[in-house]
Write a protein that binds this ligand. Structure first.
Ligand code: HEM
Length: 424
């Protein structure tokens, strides 16, 4: 760990810049796939560099590209705050004002000790033990999904297969009735897809979608107040944080976070995983034969569905030799770090038998480490086991279409043929 030290006359011109001409906050940059060549040069030549972002807080941020540095930042929430300017990189543009206050109600945008207390209220729903208990139900869901796809013969893998399981899983955990699941799915798409013109939504529509989500959350809360159940909603309603129950807005934003965080991320992990198996048929053969339990983590590393989150330095700090000033933002580029050879040997090889896979797709550790990591791993593993059982010869029939986003490494559509397993 480096000690904070403030040089007397630091000129902003002395800040290292990206060795490649690339704009990491422009969604178009990622339309042709992850810029792996650029990431490699960034890690090699300027692991921590200054990235301009005109109009955003500080007119830029420090891009951090190596796993060790990401861990160093993630594990020191007292120095690198999630609350100060929020944890979403693009929101730097709206720094300050009401939106920041609202954002701070979200677990992702809190710092300890407030964060610790709120997180404890839902932690129970996500322990490895709880998730193991949920597995038979996840398998049942996955089998239903795959059987419906097989019956269709062909279709869009994202819609038919990848999107369904995360949605069913989170709805099950939260106790959302079956008839409302379509509504949650649509709202979460509108919330996250506004950078992509095809979703025909806008930041304003995302705002409307979040309001609709809150209204729905309130309806459900009223219902659970009357009839408590064994689900996260009931837990949240009975949670005591600092001796008082969650306020309506605290409850609403928590609901929204759970609904969104679990859907988009795991859906994209599954779709990228399928693509990786198509691109590496020998790995698919291996999976079908051996079903290594390590596959899920390799798929998630390969996909890295969340490209980055940000923190804000609360004091001066030296990271990888770079002087970071109090108040400056730091972007943690998980997508670049997950291809670092310090992380694992031959990081550009997709290998589902890797054992020590300490990737940073769920974050670099510390208090915000993905709450749903165990659930996501179980969903990915089970989904591919069921695909291997029931449609082992699934094949692509066209090109996939990427989501236009600088935050989510997303795939919108992926045409495939669902080939059923030959009769035993
Ligand atoms: C492959 C799928 C997933 C990926 C790649 C992923 C990734 C992440 C990342 C990178 C973070 C931030 C970590 C940090 O700041 O240090 C995060 C936080 C979070 N994730 Fe996930 N996630 C996934 C699935 C899920 C699922 C299924 C849920 C279930 C509800 C979930 C719920 C959350 C929540 C609530 C947080 C905020 C935790 C906090 O601030 O304390 N995630 N996730």
């Amino acid at each position: 760990m480096s000690a904070a030290k403030t040089p007397q006359s630091a000129s902003t011109d002395a800040r290292p810049r990206c060795p490649v001409d690339i704009d990491l906050v422009n969604p178009d940059t990622f339309l042709a796939g992850m810029p792996l060549g650029a990431f490699a040069r960034m890690r090699e030549e300027a692991p921590v560099f200054w990235h301009p972002q005109p109009g955003a807080s500080g007119d830029g941020f420090w891009a951090v590209n190596r796993p060790a540095d990401i861990r160093e930042v993630s594990r020191q929430p007292d120095i690198f705050s999630s609350r100060e300017l929020g944890s979403l990189l693009q929101t730097g543009e709206q720094a300050g004002g009401d939106s920041l206050e609202t954002m701070r109600l979200l677990l992702l945008n809190m710092d300890p000790p407030e964060h610790t207390r709120l997180r404890e209220t839902v932690q129970r729903a996500f322990t490895p033990r709880t998730i193991r208990g949920l597995e038979p139900r996840l398998r049942e869901f996955a089998e239903g999904i795959v059987d419906r796809a097989v019956a269709k013969g062909e279709g869009d893998f994202v819609k038919d297969v990848a999107a369904e399981l995360p949605l069913l899983a989170i709805c099950e955990l939260m106790g959302i009735p079956a008839q409302d699941r379509g509504r949650i799915f649509d709202l979460s798409n509108r919330l996250i897809g506004f950078e992509d013109p095809e979703f025909q939504t806008s930041p304003e529509d995302a705002q409307v979608a979040s309001t609709e989500m809150y209204l729905y959350a309130n309806e459900l809360a009223e219902q659970r107040q009357r009839e408590p159940r064994q689900d996260i909603i009931t837990d949240l309603l009975h949670a005591q944080v600092d001796g008082h129950a969650l306020s309506v807005s605290e409850f609403d934003v928590f609901f929204l976070l759970l609904a969104v965080a679990g859907n988009e991320t795991t859906r994209n992990a599954i779709t990228h995983g399928m693509k990786a198996f198509f691109d590496h048929p020998e790995q698919w053969e291996l999976f079908k034969r051996e079903r290594p339990g390590a596959a899920a983590d390799e798929i998630i590393r390969w996909a890295t569905p969340v490209m980055q989150f940000q923190r804000t330095a609360m004091s001066d700090y030296v990271l990888a030799g770079q002087q970071i000033r109090a108040g400056e933002r730091v972007g943690l580029f998980y997508s670049a770090a997950n291809r670092d050879s310090d992380l694992l040997p031959e990081p550009d090889r997709f290998d589902i038998r890797r054992t020590r896979n300490l990737h940073v797709a769920f974050g670099g550790g510390g208090p915000h480490f993905c709450l749903g990591a165990n659930l996501a791993r179980a969903e990915v593993q089970i989904m591919f086991e069921v695909i291997a059982d029931r449609m082992p010869h699934i094949a692509p029939t066209g090109a996939l279409r990427p989501l236009r986003s600088m935050f989510i490494n997303g795939i919108k559509t992926f045409p495939v043929r669902y080939v059923p397993a030959p009769p035993a």
